[in-house]
Design a binder for this molecule. Structure first.
Ligand code: NDP
Length: 297
């Protein structure tokens, strides 16, 4: 068997188009555009690229983008004041503070200052709690994107065995919560898991969010399983001096066993920004007290 390739890039483009249409409808109903604020502290090159790309995508989706770039030596108190100001600004529906923050800042404290109903990253403990107990809130973008790809591929997930490798607050834990809510039987694996290959072999759905290049081998995969590879790892490429991106799954061997698999790049990666835009749009509808059908985006 050769697995179907799950085209995250195409799915993300479709999602962005749906968000764009609903952003136009929002503007007509609310009399203003939806707005997403992104706060960047310092000059980390990767973060600068992400923030630029988020700003451009926000504008393309027909929403206002508010960028706040603060110097690396900004005090924590000054950053918290910026967040408070955005919390109070009715033109701002979603707030994202780009991580990582400089070492002199307490990330948890900063996240805790974001108004939960503007926390479009879904990192606030209130939103983690809402997800855990099944209340409406905001779900972190990457795992929500993975769930969208899985539902698009498999439809009803109930009763399926799922293994999530990784237990971070950003990917692994919320991914597990989302799969539980879909009535999967979920196992969460991590660095202390014994016989990981055997654990993975039981799964109809494998979500790998580890950060180790090509760790999950094809012979760990149950034939016909659906594999979602969240990993983004930069390794030496075939051409000397050039690097390339690979996932946490050994694609060449897994593609021969799985029924469907996300490639890296072009799988989960493009979903993250698309879901961020989706969350910002949903925040705008909620903040304006406007109805948005649960399955609209
Ligand atoms: P973290 O480093 O926060 O978490 C990694 C997890 O993997 C931990 O729970 C860790 O276990 C587990 N782990 C480490 N080594 C092993 C091992 N040998 N066997 C089993 N489990 C192991 O990473 P993130 O969750 O933030 O990210 C994971 C990957 O996803 C990274 O490659 C990252 O770049 C990528 N990513 C991609 C995104 C996208 O947009 N596509 C967005 C976010 C992340 P333990 O808890 O025991 O230490």
């Amino acid at each position: 068997m050769t697995a179907a390739v799950i085209d995250g890039k195409a799915f993300a483009e479709g999602l962005r188009a749906r968000v764009g249409t609903l952003a136009v409808a929002f503007e007509a109903k609310a009399g203003r555009k939806a707005g997403l604020a992104v706060v960047l502290v310092g000059e980390d090159p990767a973060s600068q690229v992400y923030v630029r790309s988020k700003g451009k995508s926000t504008l393309e989706a027909g929403m206002n983008s508010f960028e706040h770039k603060l110097p690396a030596d900004t005090s924590e108190a000054d950053l918290l004041a910026v967040v408070e100001q955005l919390n109070a600004d009715p033109a701002v529906d979603g707030i994202l503070v780009q991580l990582p923050l400089p070492a002199h800042m307490d990330e948890q404290k900063v996240i805790a200052t974001i108004a939960p109903d503007k926390d479009v990253d879904g990192f606030h403990v209130i939103n983690a709690g809402r997800l855990a107990v099944g209340q409406t809130g905001f779900v972190p973008c990457t795992p929500l994107g993975c769930l969208m790809l899985l539902k698009d591929r498999l439809g009803d997930l109930s009763g399926l065995d799922a293994v999530v490798i990784g237990r971070s607050n950003i990917v692994g834990k919320p991914m597990a919560q989302l799969l539980i809510a879909q009535s999967c039987t979920v196992t969460v694996a991590h660095s202390r898991t014994k016989d990981l290959a055997d654990v993975v072999r039981r799964a109809d759905i494998v979500v790998a969010a580890v950060g180790r290049p090509a760790m999950v081998k094809g012979d760990w995969i149950k034939p016909g399983a659906v594999v979602i590879d969240v990993g983004i790892n930069r390794v030496a490429g075939a051409v000397e001096g050039k690097t390339k991106l690979v996932g946490d799954v050994d694609y060449a061997s897994a593609v021969a066993v799985a029924s469907a698999i996300t490639p890296v790049p072009g799988g989960v990666g493009p979903m993250t920004i698309a879901v961020l835009l989706r969350n910002a749009l949903v925040a705008a509808y909620r903040n304006a007290g406007l109805e948005l059908a649960a399955d609209a985006v």
